[in-house]
Design a binder for this molecule. Structure first.
Ligand SMILES: NC(=O)c1ccc[n+]([C@@H]2O[C@H](COP(=O)([O-])OP(=O)(O)OC[C@H]3O[C@@H](n4cnc5c(N)ncnc54)[C@H](O)[C@@H]3O)[C@@H](O)[C@H]2O)c1
Length: 335
């Protein structure tokens, strides 16, 4: 069994390459939260356990589902010492973290991250959020998980388009903080990266490590951690107004962020061409029919907005980003 442990501040991340290693982890939980797809693919994992199954998909990131989970916690006598285990993608991670943070003012929680996006990003960092009135992650908490388990082999059942979505967040982290990872992706010559376990192990461990290192410097998202929102200003707006999957929306958001960055005199056109070619190689779509007015309206709901100024994450170079105050009009003109 391949096992790679990365121990980082409050995050205990374990990459697992043997699905059988998951069974004892499930035994340690008082309550398991998963979604309908995971329950379908991995029925035997959940047999005989105290499980709450939420409908798969972004719509489950709601206060209504949180209330259902809290009721189940109460009904099954979860107490302060109980461990709540989220088994799933970014949606399950977000709602498990949020429910665990508010039940009894905080019970322990861990994740078994099963989508590429959760393994490289959503499960890491202790930020948890749900949506309200179609605004992404507008309610949330900060609470670090006890453990994050990453079973790479569970990606074998993840649909191809979800793999592509996860790749967008890997690329984001590479562009922000890991130039070597970016060029490993550019140089990748395999025929099917989605089913190449060695490559997946590499990109997940690099991006999980890079994200953890950024989080360790600023757990509560007051300074440097904000760079992880690269591509998310435009991305969240597209995701919410057009129901585009998170990863594809972030990829499009990054394209727009390259343009803003270039207009600010930062990353050069030649580098942008290089990144776009990598995005195309990994199947990231770059064109959507969107409603400009709805996107502009969405920008104005940004959590970190000050009057008409937004804190924008701009790319200086591959592997380096900065936070810049930008007037909304600068974003509007890119649309
Ligand atoms: N909290 C954070 O720091 C953070 C960071 C990035 C993204 N997010 C959030 O994460 C969410 C996106 O995450 P996601 O793309 O994982 O979405 P998701 O949880 O909806 O998973 C995508 C789909 O893949 C299925 N799935 C997951 N693992 C599977 C497996 N092993 N086999 C078969 N099917 C599987 C799910 O059932 C779902 O249908 C968004 O809501 C986003 O806002 C949170």
């Amino acid at each position: 069994m391949f096992e790679n442990k990365i121990f980082l501040q409050n995050n205990h991340i374990t990459i697992i390459n043997d699905i059988n290693a998951i069974y004892p982890l499930l035994d340690s939980a008082e309550l398991i939260i998963t979604d309908s797809n995971l329950k379908y693919y991995y029925k035997s994992l959940f047999a005989g356990k105290n499980v709450i199954v939420i409908p798969a998909g972004e719509k489950s990131k709601s206060l209504k589902i949180i209330e259902e989970i809290l009721s189940k916690m109460l009904e099954t006598n979860c107490i302060r010492d109980s461990l709540i285990l989220g088994v799933g993608g970014g949606v399950v991670c977000d709602i498990t973290g949020f429910a665990s943070a508010i039940y009894m003012r905080g019970v322990k929680h861990s994740f078994i991250a099963t989508s590429l996006l959760a393994q490289c990003d959503a499960a890491i960092g202790g930020k948890n959020g749900v949506n309200l009135n179609n605004v992404k992650n507008i309610c949330g908490t900060f609470k670090q998980p006890e453990n994050i388990f990453i079973p790479i082999n569970m990606l074998t059942t993840l649909p191809d388009d979800e793999m592509t979505c996860g790749l967008a967040e890997v690329l984001k982290t590479a562009l922000l903080a890991d130039k070597e990872l970016f060029y490993a992706m550019v140089d990748y010559t395999g025929t099917d990266w989605k089913r190449d376990i060695e490559f997946l192990n590499y990109i997940v461990s690099r991006s999980a490590t890079a994200k953890s290192e950024i989080v360790a410097k600023d757990e509560n998202d007051n300074t440097v951690r904000r760079i992880l929102n690269f591509g998310h200003t435009f991305g969240h707006a597209l995701e919410s107004t057009l129901s585009v999957p998170h990863g594809q929306a972030v990829a499009w958001g990054m394209l727009k962020a390259f343009e803003v960055s270039n207009n600010l005199g930062l990353i050069g056109k030649d580098r942008i061409v290089e990144i776009i070619s990598a995005m195309e190689k990994f199947g990231l779509k770059n064109e959507f029919e969107y409603d400009k007015e709805k996107i502009k309206e969405y920008f104005r709901k940004d959590k970190k907005r000050k009057s008409d100024i937004i804190q924008f994450i701009a790319l200086d170079e591959i592997g380096s980003a900065e936070i810049i105050d930008v007037h909304f009009s600068k974003l509007d003109e890119i649309l």
